[in-house]
Design a protein around this ligand. Structure first.
Ligand code: IP8
Length: 257
């Protein structure tokens, strides 16, 4: 059982408001179909769909004024739109993708995942489907609503479903000694222990509403602690996601205990 995260920077043009990276999505859908490695759960990020809307209406901070209610709904709807594009493309490639809306099946408490019945996701998997979930605007028992990142969702799903491998597909080869987009001397770290992640991670170009690279890594660490093999790969490079899904050796960063 594997979980694949398709980061927002992979499935959208991050600098263009609500613009899906259809070329990448189509190539990745084919790679997923060709890898033929099931059971599989896919979780995608928000990119230029969820993040700008959530930021505009301050959804991650919770409800302080009524006008945010519209923004909460608009943020979720932005994610539904992106999810539809991804699920449609997966189906066209022959992957039995099935959209599951996180806000309809879970809530958070103080921004942390609180109640989630993973049994439902398990049932879809057992039927041979590939559930496709995403970071979402969700109800929160302390602050009315919050933004749940795809990464936090993955950590919980990985531990509850007993995932063997979690693959994080982003727009960089893995974890570097420094930000590779700003520093040409940055070197890829092939293996990193989750114990000293903070010391190893440089800045990321985009800091999104759910915490950028450091947020991603602390969630990934939870999956590692739960027993999954976690690898970060560049989903912009053709063939890497497919190789990772097949369990082949691939350029990336392996997270270890
Ligand atoms: O991109 C956040 O998910 P992420 C989704 O996985 C929203 O952090 C709604 C901003």
């Amino acid at each position: 059982m594997q979980i694949l995260k398709l980061g927002g920077s992979v499935v959208t043009y991050k600098d263009e408001y609500m613009s899906a990276h259809t070329e990448n999505i189509e190539r990745l859908a084919k790679e997923i179909a060709e890898a033929d490695s099931y059971p599989l759960v896919i979780v995608h990020g928000g990119g230029s769909f969820g993040h700008p809307v959530a930021k505009k209406h301050k959804i991650a901070e919770g409800m302080v004024e009524n006008s945010q209610i519209y923004g909460f709904s608009a943020t979720h709807q932005a994610m539904v739109k992106l999810n539809e594009i991804i699920v449609d493309t997966l189906l066209e490639a022959g992957v039995p993708a099935f959209a599951i809306s996180p806000s309809s099946m879970l809530n958070t408490k103080g921004k942390r995942l609180h109640e989630l019945d993973t049994g439902l996701v398990k049932d879809y998997i057992e039927l041979g489907m590939v559930p496709v979930l995403y970071g979402d605007a969700v109800l929160d028992s302390e602050q009315s609503f919050a933004i749940l990142s795809g990464d936090q969702l993955i950590a919980k799903l990985s531990n509850d479903l007993g995932a063997d491998r979690v693959i994080f597909g982003s727009d960089v080869d893995g974890i570097f000694t420094n930000n590779p987009k700003l520093n040409p001397d940055a070197e890829l770290i092939e293996k990193v222990s989750v114990g000293n992640i903070e010391a190893n991670v440089g800045d990321t170009t985009h800091t999104d509403v759910t915490g950028g690279m450091l947020g991603k890594l602390s969630e990934a660490a939870e999956a590692v602690k739960g027993g999954a093999g976690v690898i970060m790969v560049n989903a912009f490079e053709a063939g890497r996601v497919k190789a990772a899904l097949r369990g082949e050796k691939v350029i990336g960063t392996l997270l270890t205990l």
